[in-house]
Design a protein around this ligand. Sequence first.
Ligand SMILES: NC(=O)c1ccc[n+]([C@@H]2O[C@H](COP(=O)([O-])OP(=O)(O)OC[C@H]3O[C@@H](n4cnc5c(N)ncnc54)[C@H](O)[C@@H]3O)[C@@H](O)[C@H]2O)c1
Length: 309
Amino acid sequence: MIDFTGQVVVVTGAGRGLGRLYAIELARRGASVVVNDLGGTMHGDGADPSVADQVVEEIERAGGVAVASHDSVDSPEGGEAIIRTATDRFRRLDAVVSNAGIFNSVPFDELSHSDWRRMLSVHLDGGFYLSQPAFRVMRSQGYGRFVFIASSAGLFGQPLEAHYATAKAGLLGLANVIAIEGAQHGILANTVLPFGYSRMVTGTVGDPKLLEESGFLRAIQPELVVPIVVFLASRACEFSHHNYSAGAGRFARVFVGLGEGWLADPSSNPTADDIAAHLTDVSATEPFTVPMSIFDEVFGICKRLGITP
Ligand SMILES: NC(=O)c1ccc[n+]([C@@H]2O[C@H](COP(=O)([O-])OP(=O)(O)OC[C@H]3O[C@@H](n4cnc5c(N)ncnc54)[C@H](O)[C@@H]3O)[C@@H](O)[C@H]2O)c1
């Protein structure tokens, strides 16, 4: 059984929705959990310390160990305070589930600069502010696991969500580099793209009839995202740099593939007309590779050209 005895895990946004379920399951499996939550509205207004406190009480009532953190992830001080809560109270840090998030829907041409900034500051800046101090602690221990909660909105696109999708896609860039730089220190980083019935869904869909009648919405019980997040946060996870979509009990790898493409004759000067002429090969999605860093691509090009990297 996957076990967290002796381990310390930070979960941000753990006062409600999916984050609360991750925290409860991690604690049930023996982790000491920092339950971080600012306790604001779905749009990111206000704060309420009781939101995190209630989850801590719930974990303690079940015999688990947890401490509340009410800091916001959206500032360097907030990120550091969250990680310090783990190290002050539990003296180590084994895993971070970067989950805190806000949501709203705005047509692209109406998106204000403040809408944009607020969304990026919670999801993307927040991921950085949290993970940098955590990385330093994990590096000193020679062990760590990051699970960044991204979204299919970011990887595949979602109307009215330019700010949210950008922030979530950015987290993959962050996780990729933490995975590469963390490898030599025993630090792994993966992402999860969840689907889970939470206030983020009810508050966005709005229409009570649709909420009641949609088979998909009924199927995406938030509990069904928990297994993959808990696995990726655990000692049992031994890989890094992966992304998984999870919803309705379907768990699937999401990856960025690189097509074989079309290689212009090295002695030619390809033009836009040559691109048009070879568009089928240029755009082909198969065969493909999944580069694990920019260097994999560089080496691939060099190999085909017969040159040194
Ligand atoms: N529910 C879904 O279907 C879905 C889909 C894709 C991605 N996600 C992502 O999963 C995560 C959890 O979403 P949820 O559906 O459980 O939403 P939720 O609104 O129920 O929970 C999010 C929690 O994050 C907290 N939070 C917000 N801003 C914070 C901040 N600055 N600092 C600390 N805590 C903060 C909120 O108070 C809230 O309790 C989010 O990152 C969301 O973007 C959810």
